[in-house]
Design a protein around this ligand. Structure first.
Ligand code: ADP
Ligand code: GN1
Ligand code: MG
Length: 359
């Protein structure tokens, strides 16, 4: 079956190996090795329940690839490889939509930042990506998932999940639900400023968790998983990246004693990120970065929670209470951040006073 898909891209090549790859929560990802030259590729079946317009995603990928990644760049993206008959994607007879991209050789992902340089490199790479996308007019791109990081929309989804209680799990997790519900009122400032047009809409990645970055040696090598890339604000990328880069444990760690918001990693990431984006920031935009890690951790926390209440229909899960474990980790991170807000503001202020990183 998978061999037949490969044929649509490489009709004259034989497959040496093809196996599931990576830890993504959304698409089905395979590492493909062709017999000839042992060349590697990434083959993915795009989750079309999540991405209703896969051709829109491919358009965005190509636009970014053509405008930025044609020349030699310090950070790579995977290159989209067309089918043998020149299409960007292949649709099989069951409606499955497939994409082939180049494999970034000699690279690896990490799930938990263990060294400060990893956090610095992550900040530098995601910041570089944001700065490179500054040339685009955000209005001219499609939004891959409507309202993806809109707090009020995610709260509405959570409320619907609570009301429906489809999986009959609500009564057992009242404490977690109350935790999130008690904090919703304090988090709306960023959405309000976006609605008033006071924070610039840009082309951002929109899914900057640490395993969407490839390292090579002690350097960030590539930003991957551009599925969500489209209109958004820098706070989304900065906040979402820190949700994983400054977590001392895995996103689904069950021993919550191991989960904390690591201020050293936070500082290293922030120095890398601000060193890149500082030249493009507006004065107003500089002011609210400190709220972004909490906002994004909250948004993703309530998405895991809503999915748990809905019976695990969105994120891939490997065990019964996987989404519950994930939402509890986000809760613990929020508690840890709550005690460190003033320090976070200072770190961001200092980073904005450092010299710009030139590349
Ligand atoms: P998902 O949307 O499901 O997260 P990703 O595009 O992030 O899918 O791919 C899942 C994983 O596959 C990544 O976390 C990474 O480990 C690996 N991967 C994806 N693309 C590449 C690539 N071009 N080169 C090397 N590894 C890759
Ligand atoms: C998903 O695709 P992946 O695994 O990189 C999700 C992100 C969440 C993340 C949580 C399209 O990311 O929004 O933050 O899981 N992507 C989509 O781990 O929903
Ligand atoms: Mg991914």
């Amino acid at each position: 079956m998978l061999e037949n898909i490969v044929k649509k891209f490489f009709p004259y090549s034989l497959v040496a190996d093809i196996k599931p790859f990576g830890n993504g929560h959304i698409n089905n990802t395979y590492k493909l090795t062709l017999q000839q030259g042992k060349q590697n590729f990434i083959l993915q079946r795009i989750n079309t329940d999540v991405f209703k317009d896969p051709h829109g995603i491919a358009d965005t990928h190509l636009r970014i690839q053509d405008a930025i990644f044609k020349e030699k760049t310090p950070i790579l993206i995977a290159q989209l490889i067309p089918t043998a008959d020149g299409k960007r994607l292949y649709t099989d007879s069951d409606g499955g939509v497939w994409r082939m991209t180049s494999f970034i050789e000699d690279s690896f992902t990490i799930e938990v930042v263990e060294k400060d340089w990893q956090a610095f490199e992550a900040g530098n790479a995601f910041g570089w990506f944001a700065k490179a996308c500054d040339k685009f007019d955000a209005q001219s791109f499609k939004e891959p998932i409507t309202n993806f990081h809109r707090l009020s929309f995610r709260l509405q989804q959570l409320n619907e999940a609570i009301d429906a209680d489809k999986a009959g799990r609500l009564s057992s997790i009242k404490e977690v639900v109350d935790f999130y519900k008690n904090r919703e009122a304090g988090l709306s400032e960023i959405e309000n400023l976006v609605d008033k047009g006071e924070i610039p809409l840009r082309i951002v990645h929109n899914d900057t968790k640490i395993n969407n970055l490839l390292f090579r040696g002690e350097k960030a090598a590539a930003v991957i998983d551009l599925d969500t890339t489209g209109p958004g604000i820098l706070y989304y990328d900065y906040g979402d990246a820190l949700r994983t880069s400054a977590n001392t444990a895995e996103e689904d760690e069950q021993d919550l004693g191991k989960v904390n918001f690591n201020m050293d990693a936070f500082e290293a990431f922030t120095n890398g990120y601000m060193g890149q984006v500082k030249p493009i920031l507006t004065p107003k935009e500089e002011k609210l970065f400190y709220q972004a890690p909490m906002l994004m951790t909250y948004i993703i926390g309530i998405r895991f929670l809503a999915d748990y209440l809905n019976g695990d229909v969105y994120f891939k899960t490997a065990w019964e209470d996987h989404n519950l474990a994930r939402t509890k980790v986000q809760k613990k991170l929020i508690e840890s951040m709550e005690t460190q807000q003033e320090k976070m503001k200072k770190v961001i202020g200092n980073a904005l006073n450092q010299p710009v990183i030139s590349n």
